[in-house]
Design a protein around this ligand. Sequence first.
Ligand code: NAI
Ligand code: MG
Length: 356
Amino acid sequence: MKQYKIAVIAGDGIGPEVIDEGIKVLKQVAELDSGFQFNFTYFPWGCEFYTKNGTMMDDDGIEQLKEYDAIYLGAVGFPGVPDHISLWDLLLRIRKGFDQYVNIRPVKLLKGAHLPLVDVRREDIDMLFIRENSEGEYSGAGDWLFKDQEHEVVLQNSVFSRKGTERIIRYAFERAKKDGKSLTSISKANALNYSMVFWDQVFEEVSAEYPEVETASYLVDAAAMLMIKDPKRFEVVVTSNLFGDILTDLGAALAGGIGLAAGANINPERDFPSMFEPIHGSAPDIAGQQISNPLAAIWSASQMLDFFGYETYGKLVLDAVEQLLVEEKVLTPDMNGNSSTSDVGNRVVELINSLV
Ligand code: NAI
Ligand code: MG
């Protein structure tokens, strides 16, 4: 039997609550199939760890994680620890250390989820964002000169390498080709006269290798408007680190809110573990009350199943989530329900069993 070793970093705030429910779901799916099993190993890393040890993870944390098949992450960040420390010292160390250069974020409005737009049909909101996840505007390159002096200067540089730009665009073309969908590139070449002119050029070059994939290209500001006015234009979308970060939060608002938004950080070559996480943060305002919505964490568990090649089970989990939304009986307060985090996880497990 195939054993998948999963490193669990439940993290801070609501992270552990929502991850518990995702793990319930993964265990249930493994029960249905005698061909594989999950072994979960918990890492106590995050802001509490930082308060005790002065670092967000063990110094050799990346070495420790290397031997796992995937990482399942809740959220990190808590008042008292500056957000740039929790982000750079854990999340970005993992994303960069494991060359997880693809960030996949589905923006799909499930049946039963709240449709926030007028004059738009539910089926029109069905996009797959492929965000560059290793360089670009989040390269961390820059300087802070003459700090706190009158003439201080800060530099924050973007890095667009040929390798980095080509591989993300090619990944997106492969995905669009596989799914039989169009591919839209989002950039900003009118204002960013080096990086985004280069991005557009590479998109054109790679496009020539995929004559069967229909393409479109928009400036990021226009794309933001069109995602609201005419979302059906967007099927598979490829964009830079910063633009992808911003547009997928817009996407989350279109597709049922922060409680439903999931994201996968993928190393396609599988040289290193990939990481699956809900997009939301640690929500300190509601932590510890068992009222957080676990559906985003459960959706990211379904992305993990897809990644391992169990796409039928990935879909089964999403079908169960969709059914839960349609029946409108067991929902957390953010979705106008009055059920607890674990009630929702338990109901998803029941629905999975009723659907197989
Ligand atoms: P947040 O996503 O934690 O919360 C924003 C709002 O959405 C809050 O009102 C919260 O209660 C609500 N919310 C979020 N997830 C929810 C869920 N599953 N169910 C119900 N309600 C939910 O974002 P915020 O407040 O900006 O950040 C809080 C902390 O989380 C910060 O320290 C931040 O750095 C960190 N963070 C971590 C991320 C990660 O680990 N990937 C991503 C975003 C933020
Ligand atoms: Mg974000």
